[in-house]
Design a protein around this ligand. Sequence first.
Ligand code: KIV
Length: 271
Amino acid sequence: MSVHTQSARLTTTQIKKMKAAGEKISMLTSYDYTLARLVDEAGIDMILVGDSAANVVCGYSTTLPITVDQMIFLAQGVVRAAAHALVIVDMPFGSYQVSEEDGIRQAIRILKESGADAVKIEGGASVAHMISRLVAAGVPVMGHLGLTPQSVHQFGGYGLRAKDEAEAQQLRQDALALQEAGCFSVVFEKIPAQLAESVTKELQIPTIGIGAGAGTDGQVLVLHDMLGLNTGFKPKFLRHFANMADEVKGAVADYISAVRDASFPNETEQY
Ligand code: KIV
């Protein structure tokens, strides 16, 4: 069956209208059908198939190793689950850094083969020309500024970005370049709250923050982090909305004892 079913998902135009109407925008990551279905049914506006899958799904220490093929595979499951949310797929490291032609080809492949609605690309003015070509070709693009994990080796870590005036000014210019290039929205990751709020006011397109304070037009978190599945990661900006690690371990421990003491399956749980 084609990945392109008739969809009633939110559109990038509707997401842009939410900013104009002063409505906050919610976004979470998802990487598989089952959890994406729950996230979608709960009423999220946008689902990001993030390259953070490299960390939370595959266990790598950076996002660099994940490939376009792997992102497409994960996105296909999410797209099958999403009836309402706009689905965005991260362009992974290496898929757009070699040449604009390569980036355009890979972005089109991601939309064609996954059925997703948009791609997300890390970077500012340096990727703006490629983004304008993608938008002209009919590919909606979300930008990503501030902490851009694909550049971890260049930055030397995952610390706060745009702390000094020069970096803040650069971020402002990059955000305007992304808007000019036609991005429908931009993620601000781990930058000072005051800066995020002031650039948000300057832009017409919605900003989605992670570790960027309450002044952005929307928020995004990694699903596994906010569900408390990943207890080893607790930066200041992260709130655990559940404690799923304990829930999962408790359920598995109960199952193990029930198998061991032969109380599972019981008479009603057999044929
Ligand atoms: O890959 C990802 O999950 C992201 C979000 C943190 C914005 O890029």
